[in-house]
Design a protein around this ligand. Structure first.
Ligand code: SF4
Length: 250
């Protein structure tokens, strides 16, 4: 059980979870008690019919109740990740900004990347971060959060001092690949050195094969040396990975 696994981890570590929020109503309290420090909830729409279409289940109310449960359990701030898709949910940008102000969430608007299960991505479907910030700023004036550490999200706060905050992740229009220090371990036990990796590195086989700690360390180091310079979205030699975002795990 995930809660027990988290409870077994060194409590000084910064443990965060990204979730679709469907089980939060039941689990938020026990996750908090187990030592989960930060919570990110993926939520692309506040319309039930769209949610059903995008998430392939009728569960928006459950997610919203889960968010309330998470707040009551003491998670703060809670980040909401919204992938903005032109023509599908870009008319909800201000609704999400209002939600951030109303409930104190940090809403992260993420540019749509070609990792979707439906394969509907196109360059035209990307809403650039600048456009998102301009739209919010016209309604709710924003200012940059000072002293930001290098991170995927560029963060803003509301100039009127309201609770909540806004972040944009310009993964397509202004990719931060040059300073990316991320590698991912998938649920299958494979290292992925980039979201757009075409090949993965099978750590699980080493672990199951009885490799020593030194061998595993060398394997991980060799994988990191092969880390991609970045994605090539929009370039002629871009290759779309076989795995979707939900298979990679975010
Ligand atoms: S290098 Fe890969 S994982 Fe890192 S920011 Fe670029 S696309 Fe994302």
């Amino acid at each position: 059980d995930l809660t027990a696994m988290i409870a077994g981890i060194d409590p000084s570590l910064d443990i965060a979870m990204t979730t679709n929020g469907i089980l939060l109503e039941e689990k938020a309290k026990s996750l908090k008690a187990a030592g989960l420090k930060r919570l990110n909830v993926s939520l692309d729409t506040l319309h039930s019919d769209r949610f059903k279409d995008l998430a392939r289940r009728d569960a928006l109310d459950r997610v919203l109740r889960g968010l309330t449960a998470a707040r009551q359990a003491g998670f703060s701030p809670i980040k909401l990740n919204m992938v903005v898709m032109r023509g599908r949910n870009d008319d909800e940008i201000l609704d999400f900004a209002r939600l951030a102000r109303g409930e104190g969430y940090e809403v992260r608007f993420i540019e749509f990347m070609p990792l979707d299960a439906d394969g509907i991505w196109s360059m035209d479907s990307v809403v650039a971060s600048r456009e998102i910030i301009d739209a919010i700023d016209r309604e709710f004036p924003l200012e940059p959060v000072p002293d930001q550490q290098p991170a995927p999200a560029t963060r803003f706060r509301f100039r009127d001092g309201s609770q909540g905050g806004i972040g944009v992740i310009a993964s397509v229009s202004d990719a931060f690949c040059k300073v990316c220090n991320r590698i991912r371990l998938t649920a299958e036990g494979h290292l992925r050195t980039c979201l757009f990796s075409i090949q993965e590195h099978d750590v699980k086989a080493l672990l199951r094969g009885g490799a020593s700690d030194d061998e595993i360390r060398d394997f991980v180091a060799a994988a990191v040396w092969q880390k991609e310079e970045g994605h090539k979205i929009g370039q002629a030699d871009f290759v779309r990975p076989a795995k979707t975002m939900s298979q990679i795990g975010g």
